[in-house]
Design a protein around this ligand. Sequence first.
Ligand code: SF4
Ligand code: SF4
Length: 290
Amino acid sequence: MAQDKEIRENPDLIVSDIIRDFMLHSPENTLNKESGEPAWDEPLIGFSRGDDPLYQEFKDDIGDFLWTPPEIFRKTFSMEPAHLTVISWILPQTELSKEDNRKSKTYPAERWLRSRLFGEQANLALARHTVQRLDEAGIRAVAPELSPLWQWQTSERYGYASNWSNRHAAYAAGLGTFSLCDGLITPKGKAMRCGSVVAEINIEATPRPYNDHRAWCLFYSHNGKCGKCIPRCPVGALSKDGHDKLKCRNYLFDVIADYSKERYGIASYGCGLCQTGVPCESRVPLPGAV
Ligand code: SF4
Ligand code: SF4
């Protein structure tokens, strides 16, 4: 295909088109509701270099089990990579999903649960599709979270973790910074999911419009201002000390999973109350917002 030939000439534009086109037109981008509405709005896309020293810093901070881009490439293809680029995307929740979840106080809204289940399936389908399109153009690529080697791990500092973090890749690609509740605040806000693919392709890194990993969270950038996400959590997993991952996880798996099955007949466990009804829900918050 002509597009395949163009990938090496205009890799950022073509790769961005592949991702955007999939999310705008694929039937896989669905909440599986009768309304036929999509799970996600138009994605944001960014790139980071595979040899960005940030990836080693993440590994030093989180644990030795965390892969750097060259590590997962080597494990997948048993060879040294040339130039690696980490392709990252943000999938913003739709207005309808956010509006519903904003009104929720104890349990997440049906749309939110559907986006966690069916939207995540679309997210993984996007990762597969991106890898396949690159492969068709002769470019080796891997979606780390789809690797058979991917697994849950335990970080001494942060508790449960995994071999790869899409959020950290998105941070490296200039797409957002971390927040009091651990979520990534992006230009489209914190109500989103993200994904990434490591590819043997040379794409210029997207500039990072911040120099601190928590720059866009008002609590850290404005001396404890905001904290609006804290009372949104129904189980007290958020405080001025941050996010209690275990408390949050227990709520998702011990309570929400049953609720989702009994109430809506779907095997989901999303919550996202702290991602909605807060100043950083849909944008980078300004100090005047609180
Ligand atoms: S609600 Fe406020 S304190 Fe919480 S993550 Fe958003 S900006 Fe940070
Ligand atoms: S996702 Fe976790 S931290 Fe956020 S509101 Fe729900 S239980 Fe609390």
